[in-house]
Design a protein around this ligand. Structure first.
Ligand SMILES: [Zn+2]
Length: 415
């Protein structure tokens, strides 16, 4: 009975996610025929319609993968976890090692079960709209590297976690949280230097018109120009982007090569000014502080779930700390959807703030606006998302809301 209740809870959460996807597609379709006011002349009717079709194609796949994800989770709960726990349990192993092994095998199986969805996304949806540049070989190498990295990183962490649950008193979760913060901060510091290069090539931004302007802008903003890199994003997709990453000495701004191809020097400068706005407002630190709070809640919940014998027994599952960790995480998943609007609201605010900083730094919003319009057009992002869907799923404000706050966004310089 409790297992049925948990299944019902997970099913309702999935249904809510699917309802959001359906809303998004319906809203985008209803606005497919008309380019929104303010974008006429910058986005053609054909481009606007393509964005609508691309959005709906992605939502259809999203619905399939949500249903698939639910089926996989129910499979784990009703049979998979008990089966695996029996398979990895060996007399000599002890609860910590066999527990970590159980979680490792489980996450490996989950990653393999997710693979079909990734194949459909890359080779059907992305390819159909002309965005995919990935070969089957590169795709497989990426997946293998991702899975291996995940196992290498999580196995020792799980050993540590299960050691804590086995040896510490009721407050083990506080120690686990402290450990998580230390490991998380270390990961963020080494990610740009050690992990990202496993997947992409990064080269310092070379000399040239862009470099001269960029160096001047960095000087104006008071930053040293040693953290600017170009990434070979074109190996995988034609989507363009720029982002900032790392902190301390590993702090850097990364431009996709596809971004530099598509934008003028003025526009690249405006995008960089936006990224500098994130540095200026310490958005990485803010995001880390937020993550620390959220993870405190997660570890508190793990603390409750793991030390209560009824938790797994009640669900008819083996009474092991590792099993309790897995099930507690499964229960948490729907809460991510509940928290999303708040997280996104904070993120939208940071984006608007960085835009405002860029306007001040470069003396206007004309080039930032034209860069954003170009990027949106080239990645076929819809200009008319469902407002509710956007609150749940958009980390950046939809383009019309962003342009509304940019002076000169209509292409004319502000006076
Ligand atoms: Zn941003």
């Amino acid at each position: 009975m409790p297992l049925l209740l948990l299944s019902l809870f997970l099913t309702i959460a999935t249904a809510a996610g699917i309802a959001l996807s359906l809303r998004q597609c319906r809203h985008v379709r209803a606005h497919r025929a008309t380019v929104p006011a303010g974008f006429a002349g910058r986005i053609s009717a054909g481009e606007h319609a393509k964005a609508a079709d691309y959005t709906c194609a992605r939502q259809s796949l999203e619905i399939v993968s949500q249903v698939w994800g639910l089926l996989v989770t129910l499979g784990w709960l009703f049979a998979g976890i008990s089966l695996l726990a029996g398979l990895v349990a060996r007399p000599g192993l002890g609860p910590i090692l066999s527990g970590a092994l159980l979680i490792a095998v489980l996450s490996l199986c989950s990653a393999l079960l997710d693979l079909p969805m990734a194949v459909l996304r890359t080779f059907r949806v992305e390819a159909r709209f002309g965005f995919n540049r990935m070969t089957a070989g590169l795709f497989l190498r990426d997946q293998a590297k991702g899975i291996a990295l995940n196992l290498i990183l999580t196995f020792p962490l799980m050993l540590g976690l299960l050691w804590l649950t086995g040896t510490m008193s009721g407050l083990w979760w506080l120690w686990a949280w402290a450990g998580f913060l230390v490991v998380g901060a270390a990961m963020m510091a080494v990610y740009p230097v050690w992990i990202a290069p496993l997947f992409n090539k990064f080269e310092p931004l070379g000399e040239g018109a862009v470099s001269a302007r960029v160096t001047a802008l960095l000087g104006k903003a008071g930053y040293r120009a040693n953290g600017l890199f170009v990434m070979d994003g074109s190996r995988r997709s034609s989507h363009a982007n720029a982002y900032f990453t790392g902190f301390g000495r590993s702090k850097r701004i990364v431009f996709f090569d596809t971004l530099l191809e598509k934008l003028s020097v003025d526009e690249v400068e405006a995008v960089l000014a936006h990224e500098l706005g994130h540095f200026h407002h310490r958005d990485i630190l803010r995001a880390m502080a937020r993550l620390a709070l959220v993870s405190l809640a997660v570890f508190f919940w793990l603390g409750v779930a793991i030390k209560e014998p009824w938790f797994t027994v009640w669900l008819g599952l083996p009474q092991q700390d590792a099993v309790a960790v897995v099930v507690a995480m499964i229960c948490m998943e729907p809460l991510g959807l509940v928290a999303a609007p708040l997280m996104n609201a904070l993120s939208w605010r940071a984006e608007w703030r960085a835009d405002a900083y860029a306007v001040t730094l470069t003396g206007g919003g004309v080039h930032l606006a034209s860069a954003l319009v170009k990027l949106s057009r080239d990645s076929a992002s819809t200009l008319t998302p469902d407002p509710l869907y956007a609150r749940f799923h958009y980390s950046h404000p939809p383009l019309p809301l962003r342009l509304a706050r940019l002076p000169g966004a209509d292409g004319r310089a502000a006076h």
